[in-house]
Write a protein that binds this ligand. Structure first.
Ligand code: NAP
Length: 343
């Protein structure tokens, strides 16, 4: 009898002996093992770095994007962008619960959001119904499997499912900000106008309090007024996050020196040095962006003699889904923003 693995290693086809996230191909046969959960997928939320890469590579052509996404899933058995290595997550309805799957209270028809990456989730796409170019969501007909170790959240009945999907995609970011930022801290959010940007900015303002300062970096002039009106940052600065010197000079003007915490939530590569240059030696850079390069960050920091602590943005931290859904639900200005873009 096949030995079951809670991490899904028995679904790895190549290379053998590794975990599904790092595998180049996994088995997406939709007959579940006893410790797995089968999901009827409604919508995929492709993570922003991956979606931006696919959109650029296809010149915003939706048909080419469909072809590319279908091709990736057909080849890998999962939606893992070969350039960024990242995935996203999904919402769907439970179709079948294996008798050894840990949560036996789930029943067919329950609506859930997976909280593990698409880059390790066995997936079959029967049909792409539509792609929303503005919010990274891909509506499909298809099936997915959650492993025994796979975490998920039930979609609250009183919230729109696509809003829940959008918020939970980046739930790790505001929840980590909650842990990293202290009263009186100066904080920079690079990519503050984005989805995780606004959630992080709100949480940073709350934790730093009026004794601290939260500075948002944005790349479009209209975003300055929007963030200021929403009172999500104390200062908003226009700068290209890939231009480390420009970011450094503009932050020095508004903060009079480097900051305690920098949160990177952009969706493009080559922004490591901006974060490192503007952060104190005793400070923290939190790289949530999936376009972050370990090599560029490590060697870049060494190259400028920075002793900063750098943290990889784990998508999971205890209580992340609750904190994020509660934030979106209880802060009307953020709920409105999310409703406009994601529902
Ligand atoms: P998003 O909504 O697309 O936000 C990204 C923001 O970065 C946008 O406001 C964008 O502005 C801004 N930006 C892009 N280029 C810039 C530049 N040169 N200078 C300044 N700002 C720039 O993305 P998101 O959904 O919040 O995701 C943020 C990041 O987190 C992505 O890299 C995503 O892949 C990653 N992520 C990580 C995890 C994890 O587990 N660590 C989980 C989910 C997502 P414009 O829109 O004006 O271009």
């Amino acid at each position: 009898m096949e030995k079951l693995c809670k991490y899904g290693t028995n679904r790895v086809i190549t290379p053998k002996g590794i975990l599904p996230q790092a595998a180049t191909k996994i088995d997406n046969n939709m007959v579940i093992k006893e410790n797995e959960l089968l999901i009827d997928v409604i919508t995929l939320n492709i993570d922003s770095a991956s979606f931006a890469q696919i959109k650029n590579a296809c010149n915003n052509d939706v048909l080419l994007m469909e072809e590319m996404i279908l091709g990736i899933v057909a080849e890998k058995g999962k939606m893992q962008n070969p350039v960024t290595g990242s995935g996203g997550m999904l919402i769907g309805e439970v179709k079948e619960v294996g008798k050894l799957f840990p949560d036996q209270s789930l029943k067919a028809g329950d609506k859930i959001a997976t909280l593990v990456s698409l880059s390790l989730t066995p997936l079959v796409i029967k049909k792409i119904k539509s792609i929303n170019l503005d919010n990274d969501q891909v509506h499909i007909e298809g099936l997915a499997i959650l492993f025994e170790s796979g975490i998920f959240a039930r979609v609250p009945e009183d919230m729109d499912e696509h809003l829940v999907l959008a918020a939970l995609d980046v739930a790790g970011a505001p929840a980590q900000v909650d842990k990293l930022v202290k009263e009186g801290d100066s904080v920079v959010i690079i990519g503050a106008a984005g989805k995780s940007g606004v959630l992080c900015a709100y949480q940073a303002m709350k934790k730093a309090t009026s004794k601290g300062k939260v500075i948002g970096i944005v790349n479009e002039i209209e975003q300055i007024q929007a963030l200021k009106e929403l009172k999500l940052c104390d200062e908003v600065v226009l700068a290209d996050a890939t231009n480390a010197i420009e970011v450094y000079e503009r932050v020095m003007v508004v903060n009079n020196g480097p900051v305690d915490v920098t949160i990177n939530v952009v969706n493009i590569p080559n922004t490591e040095m901006s974060c490192i240059l503007i952060t104190k030696d005793s400070g923290i850079v939190y790289f949530f962006s999936m376009a972050t390069s370990f090599t560029k960050a490590a060697l870049g920091a060494e190259g400028v003699g920075s002793d900063v602590t750098m943290i990889i943005g784990n998508g999971y931290t205890a209580g992340h889904a609750e904190l994020t859904l509660n934030l979106v639900n209880s802060v009307p200005k953020i709920k409105e923003l999310f409703e406009k873009k994601y529902t």
